[in-house]
Write a protein that binds this ligand. Structure first.
Ligand code: ATP
Ligand code: MG
Length: 571
């Protein structure tokens, strides 16, 4: 059966091609003008950013066109599935800001699927094959060469029925028999060459226990679950395009035995997967990273999982904006991860309060500032949003600055601190460096400077021009903190394409750097897990849930440098 999908002039109307198809279906009155979608994850891992793209599409279409979207767990392989994954998937979808109408499980349909399989056998359209999976694979043929028919293909219906029952009762060993659809061993579509539709699995199922021993294959369960639920638009990724004729073939068979369903029919439509540079999204490989402790769990902030991004400080709004920007197409490509980071910055720029933290501190003593004096300096929480107000930061004679903001012998264009040069201390005074002290190893242990008392905000010389502005915190008033800096998890741009190297060899050995002796301004004492801040000049950081009272831990969500803006401005 060939089908023609008319894709109308969506671009003119600012629709993506799937919205255009949906509008076209609504205009034609297809399926009684009902719109129903589903998000169908297999509960065998945590959701990643690729799933977020599918979620935005599935839920987005339902929202936009007044339909509904259900969450359906595709739980047809009990050996890999677990309730831990079910729970995390629900949490992550909610966090992204979507709400399903119902939660369904493919396993809810096992009885209906069983009956459908029986009907196929009875109609001479399925048979029990006693060959091994390897033997069946060998007989598949090639796209240009027909496959070989199984010796069991034409066995009597009664025999298949009896064996199918036995398969499900645990009377047949795992792998000894399968149920195959009887379609066409010479079809140019390999999926039509008598696909396996049931196999035996003895491992108990997380919902149905040991009730079943014969389990439906994905291709068989998926479209039928769509049908039983009343899905109108079954949206999935491009790799399922070649499965679509089989999807439709099963629906045709179902409709033959269920004429009462009228002309209702679900339609599968495929869109491009999300691939990101320096990122892997295979659940199997992500699971391996977790199991082999190459990362610290599914929610490690270096993981491309939704929970990893959440822990890292990414926001649902930023993730959704990113997905809107990349859109939906009919061809696979790889997206620069810098675009995702750009979306995060855009969102945090307007949301994150500005605070001061020094992550690699060195002490600076302002020798002409009175000992014991403390001034509370007012600082704006967010220049992008006046309503976020101000807070105060303590200034004193001894402060910390970043070690790399000082150089003893600086080149000409070093506009930070070096002997004889002036810089402004953010929200405070202009200081001039007068020298430094080194320890036995030759490392700078203290820096000295003098301040100009007329340069504080509101004072006569406050507008005097100096090239550099440094952030700082007071030695006595700041608090200790741990800071975790993250870099790309993989060192190659497209780790999925490196076929002849094990993906674990491609891990970036410097993807996590932990700094233990950071100092943060006192204002941060009341920060709670997942709160996000901009550390002036350093980037966006959030509070890690590992934090304990008196020992705050911050994750760097993203640095301030925007590689994507640079790429764009070059273009
Ligand atoms: P894997 O192949 O790594 O096991 P999967 O893609 O099969 O993962 P599912 O749980 O079956 O994982 O996916 C649920 C839905 O999410 C499917 O509709 C699938 O098409 C979609 N999806 C998965 N990965 C991506 C991706 N990278 N981009 C867009 N959609 C995706
Ligand atoms: Mg899948």
């Amino acid at each position: 059966m060939t089908e023609i999908i008319v894709v109308p002039e969506e671009e003119k109307k600012g629709l993506n091609f799937i919205e255009a198809i949906v509008e076209n279906d609504l205009a034609k009155g297809k399926n009684g003008k009902r719109i129903q979608t589903r998000f169908p994850p297999e509960p065998n891992g945590y959701l990643h950013i690729g799933h977020a793209k599918a979620i935005c599409m599935d839920f987005g279409i339902a929202q936009k066109y007044g339909g509904c979207c259900n969450l359906r767990f595709d739980d047809t392989n009990p050996t890999k599935e677990d309730v831990e994954y079910v729970d995390s998937i629900m949490e992550d979808i909610r966090w992204l800001g979507f709400q399903w109408k119902n939660v369904f499980y493919a396993s809810d349909y096992f009885p209906q699927l069983w009956d459908f399989a029986l009907a196929l056998i009875q109609n001479g359209k399925a048979y029990v094959d006693e060959q091994s999976a390897e033997e069946i694979a060998r007989q598949k043929g090639t796209p240009t060469q027909a496959g070989t028919k199984s010796p069991f293909r034409d066995r009597p219906v009664s025999e298949s029925l009896a064996l199918f029952e036995k398969m499900n009762k645990g009377e047949i060993a795992e792998g000894a028999m399968v149920l195959r659809a009887k379609i066409d061993m010479a079809s140019s579509n390999m999926h039509f060459r008598d696909p396996i539709i049931y196999r035996i699995i003895t491992h108990p199922h997380h919902r149905t226990g040991t009730t079943w021993k014969a389990y439906p294959m994905y291709d068989f369960a998926h479209g039928e679950s769509d049908y039983f639920e009343g899905v109108t638009h079954s949206l999935c990724t491009l790799e399922f395009e070649v499965h679509r004729p089989l999807y439709n073939w099963f629906i045709d068979q179902l409709k033959e035995i269920r004429p009462e369903d009228g002309d209702y029919r679900p339609q599968q439509t495929e869109f491009n997967r999300l691939n990101l540079t320096y990122t892997l999204m295979s659940k199997r490989k992500l699971l391996q990273l977790v199991q082999e402790k190459l990362v610290n769990g599914w929610d490690d902030p270096r993981m491309p999982t939704i929970c990893g991004y959440r822990r890292r400080g990414y926001t649902p709004e930023a993730i959704k904006n990113f997905i809107k920007k990349i859109g939906y197409t009919k061809y696979d490509a790889i997206i620069d991860v810098a675009l995702l980071e750009h979306a995060i910055r855009e969102d945090l720029n307007v949301k994150a309060p500005r605070v001061s933290a020094v992550i690699d501190p060195v002490k600076l003593i302002i020798t002409n500032y009175p000992e014991g004096q403390v001034e509370m300096m007012e600082t704006i929480n967010n220049p992008e949003d006046e309503s976020m107000g101000t807070h105060r930061i303590a200034f004193a004679r001894e402060i910390y600055i970043e070690r790399d903001d000082f150089m003893e012998d600086a080149p000409k264009k070093f506009f930070r601190l070096t002997p004889g040069q002036e810089v402004r201390l953010k929200n405070a005074y202009i200081i001039k460096c007068t020298g430094c002290k080194k320890d036995e190893q030759g490392e700078i242990s203290e820096i000295y400077a003098e301040y100009d008392s007329q340069t504080r905000s509101g004072m006569p010389d406050s507008n005097r021009k100096v090239k550099g502005t440094l952030h700082w915190v007071s030695v006595a008033h700041s608090l200790p903190a741990e800071v975790r800096l993250y870099d790309r998890l993989f060192i190659v741009e497209n780790p999925g394409e490196e076929k002849d190297r094990d993906f674990k060899e491609l891990l970036n050995p410097d993807s996590l750097k932990v700094l233990h002796h950071c100092r943060i301004e006192a204002e941060l004492a009341k920060a709670k897990p997942l709160d996000v801040f901009q550390f002036q000049r350093l980037g966006y950081f959030n509070v890690d849930p590992d934090s304990k009272e008196g020992n705050l831990i911050f994750n760097r969500t993203v640095s301030l440098k925007d590689a994507w803006s640079k790429i764009k401005s070059k273009e």
